[in-house]
Design a protein around this ligand. Structure first.
Ligand code: NAD
Length: 496
């Protein structure tokens, strides 16, 4: 395209400007503070959204607590019907919503459409699962009946990361709502627009206060939500640094917390792997086309057997070089910009640091030619990375891949496990025994053999080690938004 659409087209936003959804009403932040919603491809201001603070969180908790008591009494089938209705509204509005995420977050338009469909599908999936949140009966002697029941917490706070804004908002609200809780959603600071639009779609559907959408900063609304005594359950998605802060704030009130944190995910390429397919998988696994490499699951560490190293790296570099970087509304663009300037500078710092520490840059790492503005970086491949280098240890959360070499299977597995993270891992081999030796030993919440491929709905997702606490996107997530209590009842067993 000659004139990219987003540079010139005003977005069709239905949520009122500078307002947040609190207790069923669109209200300004009590301090009047605002956050800029910027288009990262053109560095233009889209609009301003309210920046909630502790006082707003407090108001939202009051509204949500009032709504929660009625909401838990709504039969789960009816809650499910309302979520399906919301899913239908999302689908009817798919093009508009995809464009909003593309403009606000910078993900390529095709990825945005996929996210919108996934958001609707997740709501539909959860809408049928409310009946799974029941209790158990426990074998008991005659004269006693022992059973458990599951009750909602009341008010749930969900704090979100920025890389899939609408999808994260939808998948974050569905399980707690289906379990009978009211929800306060805090979208990520730079990408709050689509969560507010979701609020607008749900406003006349859900009872007032059942869903509240409060944009704000981590230090402000995020911290206040994590520490508020009226929010006994926090579901957090974001960085390890912020996850730790949430745990600390939540400790005061001994809250139940689940954390979906970062990853430094290994993709192990064995000497019997199909090298071309493995290179394609490594590129796909970086999620460059869906979120510009800003993905917790990114295959950012590639551990390749020495015998196939050269062939693999050549194939990888060729594919990465061929990726077209550009404004995400350009249909030809496969990789868009990073979310904001500060993050671009952070990623540039990792590129510079890797060079300084002796890694070999095979492609990318700088501003792509022809893109004078926007937070763009060409996807980078570093070879000759060693375990002690920063790039082998720290999550970049951007389009930077680190290639390391091995020749002994046992050492490769140790290398794969030698970070503090444990989110996902991949192994590429045609040897069944070897594949399962790795799957047994890789420290990751999800191991792909010859992947990554799409995760079937219901597959548990959650990290080991410092990648998180708890599992999502499976029945356990629904249960995690309930509290199980036991009842032991005595009755007269003998006939009168
Ligand atoms: P971030 O940690 O900077 O922010 C995430 C959220 O936490 C934001 O809403 C932010 O406002 C809030 N926050 C920040 N500090 C806080 C504090 N002290 N108290 C309460 N809330 C606070 O992360 P990001 O840059 O938005 O997202 C990138 C990170 O998220 C990466 O580490 C990535 O791996 C991770 N992530 C994990 C998953 C997963 O499912 N495991 C999914 C997506 C992203």
């Amino acid at each position: 395209v000659t004139a990219p659409a987003l540079a010139t087209t005003a977005l069709d936003l239905r949520a009122p400007e500078e307002r947040m959804l609190l207790g069923g009403e669109w209200v300004p932040s009590s301090s009047g503070a605002l956050l800029d919603a910027e288009n990262p491809a053109y560095e233009t201001l889209i609009r301003r959204v309210p920046c909630a603070d502790a006082a707003d969180v407090d108001r939202a908790v009051t509204a949500a607590a009032a709504a929660a008591d009625a909401w838990r009494r709504v039969p789960w089938t009816e809650r499910g019907r309302l979520l399906r209705e919301l899913a239908g509204r999302i689908r009817d509005d798919a093009e508009r919503l995809a464009l909003i995420d593309t403009a606000d977050g910078g993900n390529p338009a095709a990825g945005g459409r996929t996210d919108v469909e996934a958001a609707a599908a997740r709501l539909e999936l959860w809408s049928g699962l409310g009946g799974q949140a029941g209790g158990r009966t426990i074998p008991s002697p005659p004269g006693t009946l022992t059973f458990t029941r599951r009750s909602p917490f009341g008010v749930v706070g969900r704090i979100l990361a920025y890389n899939h804004p609408l999808l994260f908002a939808a998948q974050a609200l569905a399980p707690p709502l289906m379990a009978g809780n009211a929800v306060i959603l805090k979208p990520a600071d730079p990408t709050a627009l689509s969560a507010l639009e979701l609020g607008a779609l749900a406003q006349d559907l859900l009872p007032p206060g059942t869903l509240n959408v409060l944009p704000g900063t981590g230090a402000g609304a995020g911290h206040a939500l994590a520490g508020h005594p009226g929010v006994p359950r926090i579901g957090f998605t974001g960085s390890l640094r912020a996850g730790r802060a949430v745990l600390v704030a939540a400790a005061e009130h001994v809250k139940t917390v689940t954390l979906e944190l970062g990853g430094k995910n290994p993709l192990v390429v064995c000497d019997d792997a199909d090298v071309a397919l493995a290179a394609t998988a490594a590129v796909r696994g970086m999620n460059l086309r869906s979120s510009n490499g800003q993905s917790c699951q990114s295959t950012s560490r590639i551990l390749v057997h020495a015998a196939v190293h050269d062939a693999f790296v050549d194939a990888l570099v060729e594919q990465v070089r061929a990726l077209r970087v550009g404004p995400p509304d350009d249909p030809a663009a496969e990789v868009g910009p990073l979310v904001h300037r500060e993050h671009l500078e952070r990623v540039a710092g990792y590129v510079e640091g890797a060079r300084r520490q002796g890694a070999r840059l095979r492609c990318g790492g700088g501003r792509p030619p022809g893109l004078e503005r926007g937070h763009f970086v060409a996807p980078a491949v570093f070879d000759d990375v060693t375990p002690d280098m920063t790039l082998a240890q720290e999550e970049v959360f951007g389009p930077v891949m680190a290639v390391m070499t091995w020749s002994d299977e046992r050492a490769a597995c140790a290398l794969a496990n030698a970070t503090e993270y444990g989110l996902t891992a991949n192994v590429w081999t045609r040897d069944f025994d070897r594949a399962h030796r790795f799957a047994d030993r890789l420290q990751a919440g999800l191991v792909w053999i010859n992947g990554p491929v799409a995760r079937p709905p219901g597959t548990p997702f959650g990290g080991l080690k410092h990648s998180g606490l708890g599992q999502e996107q499976c029945t356990e997530e629904l249960l995690s938004y309930t509290q199980e209590t036991a009842v032991v009842a005595a009755y007269a067993d003998g006939w009168p």
